[in-house]
Design a binder for this molecule. Structure first.
Ligand SMILES: O=P(O)(O)O[C@@H]1C[C@H](O)[C@@H](CO)O1
Length: 296
């Protein structure tokens, strides 16, 4: 299959970006991705303009409960934003280049900073359900098997062939999250750690959770990393945060069972605090710092 049939080519992303630019006056500088159960964040945008994914040229469809499947443009705390109310996952059957196509479209729309959220299982034994984890680094398990959104011919118009990932999660944005959490009284439940991505949709076995924990993972999930790789390749600053929606089961005597209902339920319980934290961060983003951080 050629890259253009898989998705994510420059021409395809340009077509989508041009269509959106024609249909909205908003010129976003901040992009937001809402994780499972965390879609309400998009409802904070003022003067929203909503596009269903099925109406946007080249966009895949959202198939997961808790992912509304629409793109919302608007203003958040005075900053022009575009927000994915629902994301795409590998297990939905989309090619990985298609899952991450929105990142390239956002780049072409003028987005400089990406803020992503997700729901994840807690591997770190100190984490409680409901904690927030600022992602400081990731382990890309599908990547070990060659499943990487940048596989295939490289298009220099987006970024370099071999992008560095040791600075994938912007240090200043992570610090900003801690500062804001301190002011809001959230520090007790704001952690920082390593996110492991798997393909899903089956949740992990006990042996897999134990292995991931030993490898240095603090939380496990099924998203975000592919988006971050493509966003960083294109020079956007990235911040990502997990809501620890459930505890990864690590003990053969445990009666706990990971399930999507619990994930959505925890999202509902913590949605308001997630909204306040993210929106306050957006308010504090320094426009001058919104420069391209390309890794060329
Ligand atoms: O989009 P995110 O990563 O928040 O979604 C997580 C991973 C699976 O899609 C789902 C499992 O409950 O939630």
């Amino acid at each position: 299959m050629s890259e253009s049939t898989i998705g994510g080519s420059y021409e395809e992303c340009r077509t989508t970006a041009d269509w959106l630019l024609k249909h909205t006056q908003v010129r976003p500088i901040v992009g937001i991705v809402c994780g499972s159960g965390l879609s309400a964040l998009a409802d904070m945008l003022k003067d929203p303009q909503v596009f269903k994914y099925c109406d946007i040229p080249n966009f895949p469809r959202s198939t997961v409960r808790g992912h509304a499947g629409q793109l919302v443009f608007g203003t958040l705390k005075g900053k022009s934003c575009v927000c994915m109310q629902g994301r795409f996952h590998l297990y939905e059957g989309h090619p990985i280049q298609k899952i991450t196509l929105p990142m390239r479209v956002f780049k072409l729309l003028g987005v400089k900073t990406m803020l992503m959220t997700n729901a994840a299982g807690g591997l770190n034994q100190d984490y409680k359900v409901g904690d927030f984890m600022v992602i400081k680094d990731h382990i890309n398990m599908p990547g070990f098997a060659g499943v990487n959104p940048l596989s295939g011919p490289n298009d220099d118009r987006f970024g370099v062939r071999f992008p560095c990932m040791s600075d994938a999660y912007d240090r200043e944005l992570r610090q900003l999250a801690h500062d804001v959490a301190g002011e809001l009284g959230f520090s007790d439940f704001l952690k920082e750690g390593v996110y492991c991505v798997l393909g899903g949709p089956s949740f992990e076995t006990i042996a897999e959770c134990r292995m991931l924990h030993r490898l240095g993972g603090d939380a496990v999930g099924m998203s975000t990393v592919h988006e971050v790789i493509v966003a960083r390749h294109a020079g956007m600053r990235c911040f990502a945060m997990s809501l620890i929606s459930n505890r990864a089961v690590m003990d053969y005597d445990s009666r706990e069972r990971a399930n999507h209902d619990e994930v959505l339920e925890t999202g509902n319980q913590r949605a308001k605090q997630m909204e306040v934290l993210v929106s306050t961060m957006v308010a504090r983003l320094d426009d001058n710092e919104n420069n391209d951080k390309n890794n060329s």
